[in-house]
Design a protein around this ligand. Structure first.
Ligand SMILES: [Zn+2]
Ligand SMILES: [Zn+2]
Length: 315
């Protein structure tokens, strides 16, 4: 099979001919129909997330078809131990020994993949393969972040990329108001955010106090900015797996029972809940598809922040 392989961090992926993987006990062999490209893939390729399996096939938003014809999604959470204190408490996203797709396990930048059947997610009908792929991480992490943000009337979204363009639709469906924070002068992202229901889209300080904020952009300086923008008692959620250092800030912007927290990974329950909700909204993804062998071009586009919606590879 053809696969795009990371030989070592900070080096472009290589197109390789590999043996088709053989499923072990409890695993399924899936023919990959589409695989989303996530900022986490970029963090792995760029060496910002350390100690990936090497060589590695990245990609953790996999839409595949099993040998029995079922269409399934393979997300980031690829395996958990089931025994540690987190697994036993229903917090498998925090499992001490978790293995992640496209990081510890070969992922979906390939024509075939094997995955633990227990961690494959049923996909909703009515979506093309490339349209449903971004729901598997951008959508899911955005959804988990929204649940962690409490019950805001006015929600701030920092960084309007793949995750925000999906979570904005969920938030509007739930009757919330949205302010979208973009880079200075990024009029394309601002008009895209307005198109998806943001009533304000700009850089800098918002015209009203926020009830909660979710930070998708991996820029630590957004943390004090968001804490300054939210009201007392509000939660600021950091949704990314990696962020640049957070600059020092005065205690008074955290004071007033403001909560700063991260969201890590996902649980299978999140996946089932969110993918069942998607067609009820109904969520629509804006996707740019690349052929598998152009994975490096897709990653470069993401690195430059030059993406409207989500990127997907199609073998
Ligand atoms: Zn991801
Ligand atoms: Zn565990």
């Amino acid at each position: 099979m053809k696969a795009m392989v990371l030989r070592e961090p900070r080096v472009p992926l290589e197109l390789r001919d590999m043996e088709r993987p053989v499923p072990g006990p409890g695993q399924l062999l899936l023919r990959v129909k589409a695989c989303g490209v996530c900022r986490t893939d970029l963090h792995v390729v760029d060496g910002e997330l350390e100690h990936p399996k090497l060589p590695l096939v990245p990609g953790h938003q996999i839409v595949g078809v099993a040998e029995d014809g079922r269409r399934l999604g393979v997300p980031w959470l690829g395996w958990t131990c089931g025994e540690c204190r987190y697994c036993r408490a229903g917090r498998e996203n925090l499992c001490d020994r978790a293995r992640f797709t496209g990081y510890d396990l070969d992922g979906g930048f390939a024509e075939w993949v094997v995955a633990d059947e227990r961690f494959c997610l049923p996909l909703p009908e009515g979506y093309d393969d490339h349209q449903v792929a971004p729901l598997l991480c951008a959508g899911l992490i955005g959804y988990r972040s929204l649940r962690m943000a409490g019950d805001p009337e006015l929600l701030g979204l920092y960084g309007f990329g793949a995750a925000a363009h999906i979570v904005a639709q969920v938030a509007r469906f739930e009757g919330r108001r949205i302010f979208a924070f973009t880079r200075e002068g990024d009029s394309e992202a601002q008009s895209f955010a307005r198109l998806l229901g943001a009533e304000w889209a700009d850089a800098g300080e918002p015209p009203e106090e926020l009830d909660a904020a979710i930070i998708f952009a991996p820029a630590g300086e957004l943390v004090p900015a968001a804490l300054r923008a939210v009201r007392k008692g509000a939660t600021v959620v950091c949704a990314g797996i990696h962020m640049s250092d957070i600059p020092a800030f005065p205690y008074e912007i955290l004071w007033g029972e403001r909560v700063l927290r991260s969201v890590a990974n996902l649980t299978r329950a999140d996946g089932e809940e969110f993918l069942a909700l998607a067609p009820r909204v109904p969520l629509r993804t804006t996707v740019e598809a690349f052929p598998l062998d152009r994975a490096n071009d897709a990653l470069a586009k993401l690195r430059e922040g030059d993406v409207r919606g989500a990127l997907v590879l199609v073998p």
